[in-house]
Design a protein around this ligand. Structure first.
Ligand code: SF4
Length: 348
């Protein structure tokens, strides 16, 4: 019987973690920076490609470690250029990653968890329940193994899962993305979206310089509680207080995501209350027309209603934009593809 040793993955490790790896396998201290360079700047996929490490050093490293990249299992392409990729994670779970080209921008939307605990009732991923946190390897592999990797200009953490519910791995990923020894991306190219976890928002704001997006969807306590159970323990008021008291200096931005549901959260009373609760916060609202999921009690507003809502908010002095709905023909609503794949595997 042959026993296969499971090797630890180097890709997704921070410089400090690589220093610990070098120490562990008795490589000289400078090797950690060289390894980081190969992983994040020179885009290798095998340890043997790290040619400025001696053969003996590579062999020591390969004894316990591998680079640890994994290609997407499949892809679907929309007529508008959006692509959706399915990755296998946590040995038997599935997550989705979207590639969204738009003029001179090319954005990747990554997942941070398989499934999600937050249970927002309009979301397909929420229906899957929580299946596990992704490691920084699995988060960043979505970027590195994307066929369009070299075209990317922006990254949003708006895929499956609640990023701030996986804070440690999120912060590691952001460190690798923005450090000079890593990908050296400007933090202003990265946006992290959250339902609003109070304690984690404060830590995220302190420890990273990336943009923040908060999912709002209703300014009214009772209504938001029905849409998003998180409102029971982390009210929007508390989240807004944290944001109000934080110094968003320089280019750092805070925005609010607002999924517009027909006849539900699109009234003049909503506009008035939004203006009231956001008063004094320099922000923008991104309106997203609801993307209907199977069996949903909600409906999508038409474009005219959406534009009216946007203009009314602009008239109140809140910078508001409508996020174009992309990839509607490829089930781009987050969680649909992975649910299908999980069901197929469970049956099969
Ligand atoms: S909307 Fe986001 S936070 Fe809410 S259930 Fe879906 S994935 Fe989780």
């Amino acid at each position: 019987m042959t026993v296969t040793m499971i090797k630890e993955r180097l890709y997704g490790k921070t410089l400090n973690e690589l220093i610990a790896v070098a120490r562990r396998v008795k490589l000289p201290g400078f090797a950690a920076r060289q390894i980081a360079d190969w992983l994040y700047k020179k885009e290798i996929s095998e340890i043997d490609e790290m040619t400025n490490l001696s053969k003996q050093m590579r062999s020591l490293l390969s004894g316990e470690y591998e680079v640890g990249l994994s290609a997407p299992l499949n892809e679907s392409a929309s007529s508008d250029g959006t692509k959706k990729y399915l990755f296998k994670v946590l040995s038997d779970k599935y997550i989705e990653t979207a590639y969204i080209p738009d003029d001179d921008r090319a954005t990747i939307c990554v997942s941070t968890q398989a499934g999600c605990k937050m249970g927002c009732i309009f979301c397909m991923t929420g229906r899957q329940g929580f299946q596990g946190n992704l490691s920084s390897n699995e988060i960043l592999n979505q970027l590195r193994s994307l066929p369009e990797f070299r075209k990317l200009t922006n990254m949003v953490f708006m895929g499956m899962g609640e990023p701030l519910d996986n804070l440690a791995e999120l912060l590691k990923s952001l460190e690798i993305l923005t450090s000079e020894w890593g990908y050296a991306w400007s933090p202003t190219r990265i946006t992290v979206s959250t339902v609003g976890l109070k304690s984690a928002i404060s830590e995220f704001l302190e420890k990273s310089r990336c943009h923040l997006a908060v999912s709002l969807h209703s300014p009214f306590d009772e209504e938001r509680r029905k849409l998003m159970p998180i409102q029971r323990t982390n009210s929007v008021k508390e989240v807004l207080d944290i944001i109000r008291n934080f110094d968003f200096n320089g280019q750092r931005r805070v925005s609010f995501e607002y999924i517009l549901f027909k006849g539900m959260n699109d009234s003049p009373a909503h506009i008035k209350e939004l203006a009231r609760i956001l008063n004094g916060i320099k922000c923008r609202i991104n309106i997203i027309r609801f993307h209907r999921i199977p069996g949903s009690e909600f409906f999508s507003p038409d474009m005219e209603e959406t534009i009216r809502f946007k203009e009314a908010l602009n008239a109140k002095g809140i910078l508001t934009t409508i996020r174009a709905s992309r990839g509607e023909d490829i089930q781009a609503a987050c969680g649909l593809l992975s649910t299908l794949e999980q069901n197929r595997n469970n049956q099969g």
